[in-house]
Design a binder for this molecule. Structure first.
Ligand code: ZN
Ligand code: ZN
Length: 852
């Protein structure tokens, strides 16, 4: 039914404040959305932009491996935070710094920066000698060396403020130097986990929820989805059983590892096991990575950033070294006893059982790939995968245990086993962490789509038991999220205003007027303070300026009496300024200040030609000075309201200049001003002029149209002429619940006291609906009813002398309706409504009661 639909549509448009785009958080994955590899995310809030990570995809080559940098203007980024040194989080940084218009600042932790330097250098060199000559490098070693000094290194638990963005790194476990970042923009707290782990391992401090911080948005990895890890102890035992099993059957163990990070943890495990099991000490453990060898120094340097186990080992080794006096073990826990570093595969004597850790971890190329192809055909050998294998890499393929290694046509007979030591949280750990952080918004990144979706549904299912439902997002690459956040705006009251005593209690009910304080709101980035204008210099370092506005125009036709009459007609009584009163005292004629022409004629003879002969103050803010030369000067202090009033004064002056009264007056007066006739004649002349002007009781005789025009004038001065328009359709009083048809009583109850006192007045009679209406054409009826009711309402308003039902004020998307009868303002936006209401009140104040 039509009327029902209308009613529900109106209910939907109820005063719900529209979301200001400035209150939205924008999140965009340039990489790492529904994938693992090339992590890169953009956060934008309140005009600030933070970029998280700049990785490269290990399964792709060249430009295809980069995040989608073309989808975002990197020149707008304020801060780039690199969570850790892994390729998929850091390797496109040299490209960003050297090849794009990025101009922001870059931060990472000290260990991350130290390892990043070697790691990128190594990857560029390996890339240079790549077996795939078609691969084009996206940056050179020189690009890396040139941009490296731009990186700023920071410590865990220290807070840094960069263009009002506050950042704090926390330990993330995962690998040495890995950080979670807490980012605060304008009071909104965002926690980015990066890759993180929470289990106790042999060297890292595990990730913890930042203490005492309310997190609004959590951006977390979802690598393992909801899968759970085998407990650490069992996993280690299974790994060692698998390794020793291969050795016992006379085979070689290949462990493809990423050179840095988890490899160091595996070395600690192996070294410890070999130390406890003499039988295996005859099998060499090799570690084939130049990069890892170079970075051992970094591991030895940052023992302080590691956990208690490493610190204890460090003290033990130092004590041992001191006791033996030979300086052995000065590398501390990172000086392994049973592990040999292998400089190059050419120096490797492949003569029997051994354990070989070789990079890269996903067998894409290099040493690990070469050894895989060499050892795969023998069933005695074994490959043990310990890291996370990205889709599309050889490590992922070989885990399917294919008959042969495709591309090279080598048969695979070796065993392939996987024990995850990837140091990512599993499903349970991640869920527990997310619950503990308890952010209202969770954004999942760094996960293959299926794992991510499983985790998402799991998290959403937990909402069932919650009153505040958590929003979970899993955006694809280049899919922009916009999440509204309403943060309370708090302003500190400072200076003089702060000394106003606070009320002892809040007003008990609405009838009690709350105490208002007014001042200037000053915003410095995201800090706001409220102060008196005179405190601006001291508290905000601002100087204040008053703009004095002056406008002059020459009136040839209108005289001072007509000006006064015109101004009074529009603005009500106007104040006469003392400067004019003095003049009238000095005047030769005693017949009063109200006779402007007398003064003017006198002025012609006794005062210089441009002497002020009359001065008025309109609405307490615009001074109007009339000079003997016929020049009128307006002077006011420039501000929005005063400017509008000055405009209105100008309009009045120009209006009377061209009015018939002025023309007539100028025609009769003109000869006198040239004949230099004495006072007597001038007086007579002026008198006749005054008589031609109808006597005016300032407000009473205004027509309704004139009153509406005045209101419109005020609104137009404030909001612009294009933004103010009359409303033709009246606002209908609500129907009584029992019947849809209007009854005369409801209408008259809604009318104000000035309305026709007779409830059976003709306006009400006119709209009486036809008494016979069938149920079938109810819809048509209600449409007809609607129109009839509108006509009736219009008639009623006209009768009250209200020319149109209302005035619409529209600025941008904000719209307010001013209903003229009760002068009520209807508007969804409270601030805008208040502004419109203030102008309407001011207009009514000066033009007196508008109707009746
Ligand atoms: Zn990682
Ligand atoms: Zn990663």
């Amino acid at each position: 039914m039509a009327s029902k639909r209308k009613a529900s549509a109106m209910a939907a448009a109820a005063p719900e404040e529209p979301v200001d785009p400035a209150d939205e958080l924008m999140f965009l994955c340039l990489g790492g959305g529904n994938e693992v590899g090339r992590s890169c995310h953009i956060i934008q809030y309140k005009g600030k932009t933070v970029m998280l990570d700049a990785g490269q995809h290990p399964a792709y080559d060249g430009l295809a491996a980069l995040p989608f940098f073309d989808d975002f203007d990197l020149s707008t980024v304020d801060v780039l935070l690199i969570s850790h040194f892994h390729i998929d989080h850091a390797a496109s940084l040299p490209y960003v710094l050297a090849k794009t218009n990025f101009r922001g600042r870059v931060f990472m932790t000290h260990p991350t920066k130290a390892i990043y330097k070697w790691l990128i250098q190594d990857s560029v060199r390996v890339g240079n000698t790549s077996s795939n000559p078609t691969t084009q490098l996206v940056y050179t070693e020189q690009d890396h060396l040139n941009t490296f000094p731009m990186i700023e290194a920071i410590d865990y638990h220290t807070t840094h403020t960069i263009s009002s963005i506050r950042i704090t790194p926390y330990p993330a476990g995962h690998v040495l130097g890995a950080a979670m970042f807490l980012i605060e923009i304008a009071g909104l707290n965002i926690l980015f986990t990066g890759d993180y782990s929470r289990e106790q391992d042999r060297h890292l401090v595990s990730a913890e929820v930042p203490k005492g911080v309310r997190v609004d948005v959590l951006i977390t990895e979802s690598t393992y989805g909801i899968a759970s890890h085998v407990p650490r102890l069992e996993r280690e035992q299974a790994l060692m059983k698998s390794i020793t099993g291969v050795l016992n059957r006379g085979g070689r163990v290949l462990m493809p590892v990423f050179a840095l990070g988890r490899a160091q943890e595996l070395l600690l495990i192996l070294d410890e096991y070999w130390g406890k099991h003499r039988d295996y000490q005859r099998y060499p453990i090799y570690y084939a990575s130049n990069l890892a060898r170079k970075c051992m120094l970094v591991y030895q340097t940052y023992v302080g950033a590691m956990n208690d186990n490493i610190k204890r080992l460090f003290r033990e080794r130092m004590a041992e070294a001191e006791a033996s006096g030979d300086g052995a073990g000065k590398g501390g826990p990172w000086d392994f006893k049973f592990i040999r570093s292998l400089k190059s595969i050419d120096r490797f004597e492949d003569v029997g059982g051994c354990v070989m850790l070789a990079s890269p971890g996903m067998l894409q190329n290099g040493v690990s790939r070469e050894l895989l192809e060499r050892w795969a055909p023998s069933e005695k050998n074994g490959v043990i995968i310990t890291g996370y294998s990205v889709e599309g890499t050889m490590a992922k393929q070989i885990m399917q245990e294919p008959e042969q290694i495709q591309a090279v046509m080598i048969p695979r007979r070796c065993t392939v086993q996987e024990y995850s030591f990837a140091a990512h949280v599993d499903g349970t750990e991640n869920r527990e962490f997310i619950e503990e952080v308890s952010a209202p918004v969770v954004i999942l990144v760094h996960g293959e789509v299926h794992n991510m979706m499983r985790l998402k549904s799991k998290l959403l299912s937990l909402n069932a038991s919650k009153t505040d439902k958590v929003k979970v997002f899993s955006p694809r690459n280049c899919e922009e999220l916009r999440i509204p956040f309403k943060t309370d705006k708090t302003a500190k009251v400072v200076g003089k205003l702060a000394s106003i005593p606070q009320p002892m209690k809040l007003p008990a009910d609405d009838s009690e007027e709350p105490q208002l304080i007014t001042g200037v709101l000053v915003q410095n980035d995201f800090k706001m303070s409220l102060m008196a204008p005179e405190d601006l210099r001291e508290y905000a370092g601002l100087t204040t300026t008053t703009i004095a506005c002056k406008q002059r125009l020459k009136l040839s036709a209108a005289g001072v009496d007509l000006i006064k009459w015109g101004l009074e007609g529009t603005f009500g009584s106007i104040e006469e300024l003392p400067e004019a009163k003095q003049l009238s005292k000095n005047g030769t004629n005693g017949d009063g200040a109200d006779n402007g022409d007398t003064k003017m004629e006198d002025a012609d003879e006794e005062f210089p030609i441009d002497q002020v002969v009359a001065a008025y103050l309109v609405m307490g803010c615009v001074a109007v000075r009339y000079r003997s030369s016929g020049e009128v000067e307006l002077e006011w202090e420039g501000n929005m309201l005063n400017d509008g009033i000055a405009d209105a004064v100008m309009a009045v002056l120009l209006g009377i200049e061209s009015s018939p009264a002025a023309v007539k007056r100028s025609a009769t007066k003109h000869p006198h001003s040239h004949s230099h006739s004495h006072g007597q004649d001038a007086d007579a002349d002026a008198d006749t002029n005054i008589l031609t002007l109808p006597h005016r009781n300032l407000h009473a005789t205004l027509s309704p149209e004139e009153r509406l025009e005045r209101l419109m004038m005020f609104l137009e001065a404030q909001f612009g002429a294009d933004n103010v328009s009359p409303i033709a359709e009246p606002k209908l009083p609500p129907l009584s619940p029992t019947t849809k048809k209007p009854t005369p009583t409801t209408e008259d109850n809604n009318a104000n006291n000035n309305a026709n006192p007779n409830p059976n007045g003709e306006s009400a009679m006119d709209v009486s609906p036809p008494s016979s209406s069938s149920d079938n054409d109810n819809d048509n009826d209600s449409e007809d009813d609607q129109q009839k009711r509108q006509r009736a309402e219009l008639a009623r308003l006209h009768k009250l002398g209200i020319p149109v039902p209302g005035v619409r004020v529209k600025v941008d998307k904000m719209e307010a309706s001013v209903w003229l009868e009760a002068l009520e303002v209807e508007c969804g936006n409270r601030v805008f409504a208040d502004r419109v209401r203030a102008v309407v009140e001011r207009a009514v104040e000066v033009t007196a009661p508008l109707w009746g």
